[in-house]
Design a protein around this ligand. Structure first.
Ligand SMILES: Nc1nc2c([nH]c(=O)n2[C@@H]2O[C@H](COP(=O)(O)OP(=O)(O)OP(=O)(O)O)[C@@H](O)[C@H]2O)c(=O)[nH]1
Ligand SMILES: [Mg+2]
Length: 314
């Protein structure tokens, strides 16, 4: 009988600055993967909660007092020496400046433009997730108005991430609207996703594709050649499917009742958090009746961010 490797429970945290930059540390000499860059953290001790372990590790390794951290995503990775169950947090508030108590180095990094190398092999998808925005803005032109939508985007210095979702439009109408949004969003650094049939979007000026729950169920593999692919989920099974296909994010809801889906059952924040307890390896946006002011509540319940429909265009 082959001996199975131990599974080590680990917590790690990204210190987050208001401008979106985050901190990495180098692994000290003498540990496995010495010199590789990681999110600071370490092993959970017996009887310790993950959050308590995070607070202890940041205090021990770098003299930081963590005062506001939110759970983010969980990954399992198999190294030669062990399998690690990694719980990642983001840390929004802390006291102190990082001190190298173990001889490590620290570096503040911009999402998508990392200046340090090599990274721990388990961390690539986690680093990529930091490029995703706090707020995903979903179009609703039949209700919110085409002109109003384009004006709101045009007025912003950075239009952020927009998902075009217009199920009532024909392929040609959708292509025209996508082109209009792209002309406003792309020159100023925004990103554009479209929620539609994967077969329609060849040659469209989009950064990615969003799959409805039905389309997610119908696919056997991630649609190729797209930088970003996400999906809508309403259950643990759909979240697991999005993860199995290697998607970049999921939307999970509905958290609260919404005008667009009044007949659907709502999760509430506790139901939302419960569905995320099962080791979700991808970032999840909360959706359903939310406002910009709900961002911190969403993070506290394990969300990466929030997706807004009406709330984005007020
Ligand atoms: N801290 C941290 N560990 C990570 C990350 N990604 C990742 O795969 N790991 C793995 O998780 C394990 C963390 O263990 P560690 O060596 O940091 O633990 P520790 O601080 O408690 O060290 P110690 O046991 O020497 O006291 C290592 O196997 C490491 O390779 C990450 O981003 N941060
Ligand atoms: Mg450590």
């Amino acid at each position: 009988m082959s001996e199975s490797k131990p599974v080590i429970s680990v917590v790690a945290g990204a210190l987050m600055r208001a401008d979106g930059s985050f901190m990495l540390g180098s692994r000290p000499a003498g540990k496995p993967y010495a010199g590789y860059w990681e999110f600071p953290g370490g092993k959970v001790e017996p009887g310790e909660t993950p959050l308590a372990a995070l607070v202890r590790e940041f205090r021990e390794e770098m003299g930081i007092e963590v005062s506001h951290a939110t759970p983010w995503l969980t990954r399992i990775h198999h190294y030669e020496h062990a399998s690690v169950h990694l719980r990642f947090f983001r840390i929004w508030a802390w006291q102190g400046t990082p001190q190298p108590h173990e001889g490590q180095s620290f570096a503040w990094q911009t999402p998508g433009h990392h200046s340090v190398t090599p990274m721990l092999p388990a961390n690539d998808p986690v680093l990529r997730s930091l490029q995703l925005p706090d707020v995903l803005q979903i179009s609703c032109v039949s209700e919110c108005g085409r002109d109003h939508t384009l004006e709101v985007l045009a007025q912003r210095d950075n239009p952020g991430w927009v998902m075009v979702r217009e199920p009532q439009k024909s392929r040609e109408q959708l292509a025209d609207f996508v082109a209009e949004v792209a002309d406003i969003v792309h020159p100023r650094g925004g990103k554009l996703l479209v929620n539609t049939d994967p077969a329609w979007i060849r040659g469209w000026p989009v950064d990615g594709l969003h799959l409805s729950g039905q389309r997610l169920a119908a696919l056997d593999e991630r649609p190729p050649h797209l930088a970003w692919v996400g999906a809508s989920a309403h259950s643990s099974a759909e979240l697991a499917r999005a993860a199995a296909l290697g998607l970049d994010y999921a939307l999970l809801g509905h958290v609260q009742p919404t005008a667009s889906h009044p007949q659907q059952a709502t999760l509430g924040w506790n139901g939302f958090a419960r569905l995320l307890q099962n080791e979700i390896p991808l970032p999840v946006f909360a959706i359903g009746g939310l406002q910009a002011a709900d961002l911190d509540t969403a993070r506290t319940h394990g969300a990466h961010g929030i997706a807004l429909m009406r709330g984005a265009w007020r």
